[in-house]
Design a protein around this ligand. Structure first.
Ligand SMILES: Nc1ncnc2c1ncn2[C@@H]1O[C@H](COP(=O)(O)OP(=O)(O)OP(=O)(O)O)[C@@H](O)[C@H]1O
Ligand SMILES: [Mg+2]
Length: 471
């Protein structure tokens, strides 16, 4: 974080400030000299002027308690806490000064510098420190690259342990200093958005988010605004793995999927389990690009679509990419643009592009539907141009060429749209074209849903609303 040009106070308690190390959302961190012990320390002064006096008193109490907890942490990967002092009405924490650079700076130093970071080793150290604190019952709650300092000797140290967040007192609204930016919620876990309880697994999610950023250049759920990021975090979609695969880091995909699971119970059970998986992944060679980890049993998109993509040249027809992007956007929203562009850069031919994109989707039904939607070629465009989730289609644009009556197709589109949104329109038309019998038509539609309870509910609806129209 860039240091602000603010005047250095003459003294902070008994300490003599030497420089501003940086300013975050809550205050300023100084490098200072402790004349009693004769050593350099870092002091974080938290500005609380925006708090009402009652809230401030409560915050000061909590600050002291959390700093005491952090003071019990003595670990090489955790910045040591020396003291808690008052600076006027504000609390300040005196801590070990770490000569090094924040991981946030290192991650933003350009793709080559990022790729050269020994990230598995650094995050392995972070996980060791976290595992130690978690065993003491202490959760950090704000693990992010700005809170990890990397020394020149390659040691990682976690800062801001036990610094009570001002957010905790203000019902989720972070108090920021005038003009200070509220950081993006890129490393927040889904449970930090609402009132859901936070525990050590929240920290493990954040480490997963940092790993993802280190491998791909972007945090996993980053949107164009904090709001969009929060929507993605809160939504059902898992982190897309296409950028990870595209970066040649496929070995980390299972680790990231577990670390970034939206449900805490699905994440690693402990920091040490995460560290072990991370170390194993960093030792394993990257899988060959043509071998996707999960084979998807779906018809290969027809060559008519492939013909629009010059294979192996890396130069793609922009109209085709736009179409693929629209198809993927049904599942991942606006991120589709970045994902398709990245995957297209890395994919030698259309088939590997489709497979790479399909792998970013969580369920087999989604992957299958996505690949099928590509298989419908240009007919995709008019229906998928504007997503209208929740409003079932009411008309059939092209009557099916099979014996499935148009009325049955329309009813089936409405029924399937309840589960899959606008993509239902394409899928039903396709099923009608390919079905060998009315029963096969129903089975094909049910095959698009992954959850048994959803399949059962769809089958019930089809039986009531579609079957009578099939006779
Ligand atoms: N103990 C320390 N030793 C050396 N540098 C530190 C220390 N603690 C913090 N810093 C530096 O000060 C900078 C500002 O820290 P600060 O915690 O105020 O901001 P932040 O982490 O970006 O945001 P937030 O207020 O949300 O924690 C950090 O990025 C880091 O470079
Ligand atoms: Mg910090």
């Amino acid at each position: 974080m860039a240091a602000k040009a603010e005047p250095l106070p003459a003294a902070i308690g008994r300490y003599r400030p030497l420089a501003v190390l940086g300013s975050g959302g809550m205050g300023t961190v100084y490098r200072a000299h402790d004349p009693v012990i004769d050593r350099t320390v870092a002091i974080k002064v938290v500005r609380t002027e925006a708090l009402e006096s009652g809230a401030r008193a409560e915050y000061l109490d909590r600050f002291r308690l959390e700093a005491q907890a952090a003071g019990r942490c003595s670990h090489p990967a955790i910045v040591a806490v020396f003291d808690v002092i008052r600076v006027g009405a504000d609390p300040a924490i005196v801590m070990e000064f770490v000569a090094g650079r924040a991981l946030s700076d290192l991650l933003h130093a350009g793709p080559a510098a990022r790729a050269a970071l020994p990230i598995a080793d650094l995050l392995g150290q972070v996980l060791e420190g976290l595992g130690y604190a978690h065993q003491l019952g202490i959760t950090h709650r704000d693990i992010k690259p700005a809170n990890i300092i990397v020394t020149d000797a390659g040691r990682a140290k976690i800062a801001d342990f036990g610094i009570a967040r001002l957010t905790d007192l203000t019902g989720g609204h972070t108090l920021t200093q005038a003009g200070a930016m509220l950081g993006t919620p890129s490393y927040m876990a889904p449970e930090q958005i609402g009132e859901a309880p936070v525990d050590y697994r929240t920290d493990l999610f954040a480490v997963g988010a940092i790993l993802y950023e280190a491998l791909t250049g972007r945090p996993p759920f980053a949107g164009r605004s904090a709001l969009e990021t929060i929507q993605r975090l809160a939504g059902p979609d898992p982190a897309s793995m296409v950028a990870v695969e595209a970066a040649g880091a496929g070995a980390f995909v299972p680790v990231l999927q577990q670390a970034l699971a939206k449900t805490p119970a699905r994440r690693f059970p402990s920091a040490s389990a995460f560290a072990a998986a991370l170390a194993a992944a960093s030792r394993s060679p990257p899988p060959p690009a043509e071998e996707p980890p999960t084979r998807i049993v779906t018809p290969r998109p027809p060559t008519v679509t492939d013909a629009t993509l010059p294979p192996g040249t890396g130069r793609w027809d922009p109209r085709t990419l736009a179409k693929v992007e629209r198809a993927l956007a049904q599942y991942v929203g606006p991120l589709a643009r970045v994902v398709v562009a990245e995957a297209a850069r890395q994919s030698p031919d259309a088939d590997s592009l489709y497979q790479a994109l399909a792998r970013t989707l969580q369920t087999t039904a989604d992957r299958s539907a996505f690949l099928r939607s590509l298989a419908t070629g240009t007919r995709l465009e008019p229906t998928l141009g504007t997503p209208q989730t929740g409003s079932p289609p009411t008309a059939v644009t092209a009557p099916p060429s099979t014996a499935i009556p148009a009325a049955a197709v329309t009813a089936a589109q409405a029924a399937l749209a309840q589960f899959m949104g606008p993509i239902a329109r394409v899928l039903v038309r396709q099923a009608a074209e390919q079905a060998t019998s009315p029963a096969d038509f129903i089975d094909r539609l049910c095959g698009h849903l992954a959850k048994p309870e959803e399949t059962a509910a769809l089958r019930r609806r089809l039986r009531a609303e579609v079957e009578p129209r099939l006779r």
